[in-house]
Design a protein around this ligand. Structure first.
Ligand code: PBG
Length: 320
């Protein structure tokens, strides 16, 4: 035998030297859920270890994470039902608790990168990402609201806008609205290939944002399709996206690889709520070694080609 692959596995020193992929804390974007009110802290039932946080505990959480080497956060609001309406008006109200909190967070941590979601669902009484009329999701009418939403977030000092709505033309529309208002330095991380997935369940529990009727299949992508991601990515690149995201991550590693091989933009992957919940549930039963499956999961996403990982495991991984 001339070739014995085991020679390169014979000691930790050699294994480490030939290791092809590493996960770093600077790869992470940590999603956080913001509650109205300063002090509250409520665990998400289907996401053990993840809390909905009021402003004070959120500031504390960010401070702890920064010490652990995490420097980017994606902040989602938990919006009480009485604030919701058909046009998601609160999504672009700069006096809303969410916007005020974003401003405060940027003031306290100017060096930290804050990302926000652009989509109507947490603010919509229909629970959809776009405006609903007679059971249909209106594309072009929704763009106007998304533009206002992006602008209101940019005005709070947000670094990265994350359109997660999957309306056609939204990246270009938002880019133009931002540029016209003087926010040309605000980045766009497009949810490029966002699939109509069952893995978002725990997130919708956390935000109480599930659709009141129907599903998201007329705007989010069919899980059966891979080549369609190239159409979405071409559009996003043309329209000025700075990052391309694939979501979910684990069941879509092939799509991450496809975008990595075809585009020069940094590729992000969203290791979503349901993926987190699966590992937690199995670990609670004692069926899996949580620390090891977490590390292996994040490694697989990186190995598939993701430069950036949005993950609820971020803090635990950093603590390890
Ligand atoms: C909102 C949005 C969703 C997620 C991120 N932004 C849910 C959805 O589209 O229904 C899911 C994140 C997760 O599951 O962790 N459009």
């Amino acid at each position: 035998m001339d070739i014995r692959p085991r020679r390169n596995r014979k000691s930790a020193a050699i294994r480490n030297m030939v290791e092809e992929t590493q996960v770093k804390t600077s790869d992470f974007i940590f999603p956080l859920f913001l509650l109205e009110g300063a002090g509250s802290k409520v665990e998400v039932d289907s996401m053990p270890g993840i809390f909905r946080l009021g402003l004070d505990p959120m500031l504390k959480e960010i401070e702890e994470c920064v010490k652990l080497g995490i420097h980017t956060f994606d902040i989602f609001p938990v919006v009480d039902e009485h604030y919701k309406d058909k046009l998601a008006t609160k999504s672009h109200d700069t006096s809303f608790f969410y916007h005020k909190a974003l401003k405060k967070i940027k003031q306290e941590f100017p060096e930290v990168a804050i990302m926000t979601d652009v989509a109507l669902d947490p603010y919509s009484s229909d629970g959809h990402d776009g405006i609903v009329e007679n059971g249909k999701i209106l594309n072009d009418e929704t763009l106007e609201v998304l533009g206002k939403q992006a602008l209101s977030q940019a005005a709070c000092g947000i670094d990265i806008i994350g359109p997660s709505d999957m309306m056609d033309g939204r990246v270009g529309y938002i880019r133009e609205v931002l540029d016209d208002a003087g926010f040309s330095e605000v980045s766009i991380m497009s949810y490029t290939a966002k699939y109509a997935s069952a893995f978002y369940g725990p997130f919708r529990d956390a935000l109480d944002s599930a659709p009141k009727s129907g599903d998201k299949k007329t705007y989010q992508m069919n899980p059966a399709n891979q080549r369609e991601a190239l159409i979405e990515a071409d559009l996003d690149v043309d329209e000025g996206a700075d990052f391309l995201m694939v979501k979910p991550a684990l069941a879509y590693l092939d799509v991450i690889k496809l975008l990595k091989d075809n585009y020069a933009q940094p590729i992000a992957a969203y290791n979503v709520s349901g993926e987190y919940a699966m590992l937690k549930a199995a670990a609670e039963k004692g069926w899996l070694d949580y620390d090891r499956v977490m590390a292996e999961t994040l490694l697989s996403i990186k190995r598939a080609g993701a430069d950036i990982i949005l993950t609820y495991h971020a803090k635990e991984f950093a603590q390890l």
